[in-house]
Design a protein around this ligand. Structure first.
Ligand SMILES: [Fe+2]
Length: 503
């Protein structure tokens, strides 16, 4: 299939979702594995326009959360998949739904009306559209620039913004910072330490005192402020990594032209640009509270890391999907007109840093695979450990950046890849689910991969269950409508689902 035909599929996939439904999904191919039990949650932009007004950027699309409860009752032991989707009822979503027009400025969307409508409007819409995670007994829809939104884990009803019992209130902040946000941001890529069950996360606070705010949330859901580190105003940190002893942050060579944003003549996303030739700063933050170590890497941008761990010599090994520079993403209207983003492809790259080296030393960097990949996921128990496998999406050579038509499993030990082509369909992020009841020494790829796939011909999506090792399809469950490919999600195994969930 050529790029033009696939672009049409991408454009079709990114129409707004208009239905909120609950249904038991028909299985149209294969069978649901008997040992796959639990709940998959996913999040992504589900509404991309209001009335006549399309949003300026995919990142501003309103969060649509999906819930796939895979299981069965004791009286009906046949597995089944019960599905539900709900928009996150953020303040902006509710107001704009009522008004039928855009009322809030987004990071990539200015209000209609030019300068006068956007001048000094610095409180951007929180679309709650990037990730969804169950931790500390709460289901949270995440967006990196603001508060999480708490959802009912069964009905997906929005319970409201969640500030961890006031712990994310932005107390004693300067006027300009409070004008931007009354709360501290809680990023969309938290990491759970499998040894303790604690969740680590961060937020980049913008304003006159730009800084990286780091958090730790205990198993019961109580948030502690770990530390604060000043960063440049233009720091755009989407993801980070966690090892037993370190938190690692990459701060990229990006410039931010704030004046046009303050004046309202350009959007926040339009004002971020790569700085050619400048190095990436890498911060190693000791989890025991010691001094931060600083290193450099080549100019690059990494939306997503796969994992990081420490080797026997104490070196920190970091695998991430590296782009050669920060990608400029044109307005969504151009993409929806068929001009997809011409961004540098991301390649799985290994960064190695020795914490014993001098501050300012360069990391070693090696591209691990010639096949581009994004949305990397690993076996959840290998978080912070020396993992062998990474699953991700990939695009065919010569295709625009965002035409992901395949899934790939990387074997980091042998360099081999297993690839599964879906074209003309578009698969989303692959979530790896370990086989329940597997022996402690089971292979790291013993389990399933769950992905929501957009089917171009029928304009509907389906949940695909694949064998994690071969990427062969085991089961396809048809949704009653389409879903744009979306961003991120997580699986809650049946053993960790509270009793009231009745999967
Ligand atoms: Fe992300």
């Amino acid at each position: 299939m050529d790029a033009q035909a696939l672009t049409k599929v991408w454009v079709s996939a990114h129409q707004s979702v208009t239905q909120e439904v609950q249904a038991t999904l028909p299985v149209v191919e294969g069978e649901i594995p008997l040992d796959l039990r639990g709940v998959l949650y996913r999040n992504g932009p589900g509404r991309l326009a209001i009335g006549e007004h399309a949003y300026g950027h995919l990142f501003d699309g309103d969060g649509l959360v999906l819930r796939f409860a895979i299981g069965g009752t004791s009286s009906d032991s046949r597995p089944r998949i019960r599905y539900r989707n709900r928009f996150v009822r953020t303040r902006a979503f509710v107001h704009e739904e009522r008004a039928g027009r855009i009322l809030y400025r987004g990071l990539g969307t200015n209000l209609p009306g030019g300068l006068w409508a956007n001048f000094l409007r610095l409180r951007f819409k929180n679309p709650a559209n990037t990730n969804v995670i169950f931790h500390g007994g709460r289901l949270l829809a995440l967006w990196e620039g603001g508060l999480p939104h708490q959802l009912d884990p069964v009905t997906l009803d929005t319970l409201g913004p969640y500030d961890f019992s006031g712990a994310l209130r932005n107390r004693d902040a300067p006027w300009l910072e409070r004008r931007i946000s009354a709360h501290l941001p809680f990023s969309a890529h938290p990491k759970i330490d499998p040894a303790t069950g604690e969740l680590y996360n961060f937020g980049v606070v913008v304003g006159p005192r730009p800084r990286l705010q780091m958090y730790r949330v205990d198993r019961a859901g109580a948030l502690q402020h770990e530390r604060t580190e000043p960063v440049a105003l233009e720091a755009f940190v989407h993801d980070f990594v966690l090892t037993p002893n370190w938190q690692v942050f990459f701060v990229y060579p990006i410039t931010f032209e704030s004046s046009p944003v303050l004046l309202g003549i350009s959007t926040g996303m339009e004002s971020l640009r790569p700085i050619p030739g400048r190095l990436t700063q890498v911060l190693l933050v000791p989890r025991n509270g010691g001094a931060i170590r600083r290193f450099v890497a080549s100019p690059c941008f990494v939306f997503h890391f796969a994992n990081a761990y420490e080797d026997e010599q104490g070196r920190v090994i970091i695998d991430g999907c590296r782009q050669a520079e920060y990608p400029l993403m044109p307005p969504l209207s151009r993409a929806l007109a068929g001009q997809l983003w011409d961004m540098p492809l991301a390649y799985l790259t290994r960064f190695i840093v020795d914490p014993g080296a001098e501050d300012g030393s360069a990391l070693s960097e090696t591209q691990r695979c010639g096949q581009a990949s994004e949305f990397p996921r690993i076996h959840p128990a290998w978080q912070g450990r020396a993992n062998r496998y990474v699953w991700g999406v990939t695009t065919a050579p010569g295709m625009p950046y965002n035409l992901y038509t395949s899934l790939v499993r990387h074997d980091l030990r042998t360099g081999e890849i297993v690839q599964r082509q879906f074209a003309p369909w578009i698969p989303g992020e692959p979530v790896m689910v370990p086989r329940q009841g597997a022996a402690a020494d089971a292979s790291e790829d013993d389990g399933y991969v769950l992905t929501v796939v957009y089917h171009g011909q029928t304009h509907r999506s389906a949940l695909h269950v694949l064998d994690a090792r071969s990427l062969k399809t085991l089961c396809v469950a048809q949704l009653p409508h389409h879903i744009p490919p979306g961003f991120h999600g997580n699986f809650v195994p049946a053993a960790e689902c509270p009793a009231g969930w009745a999967i």
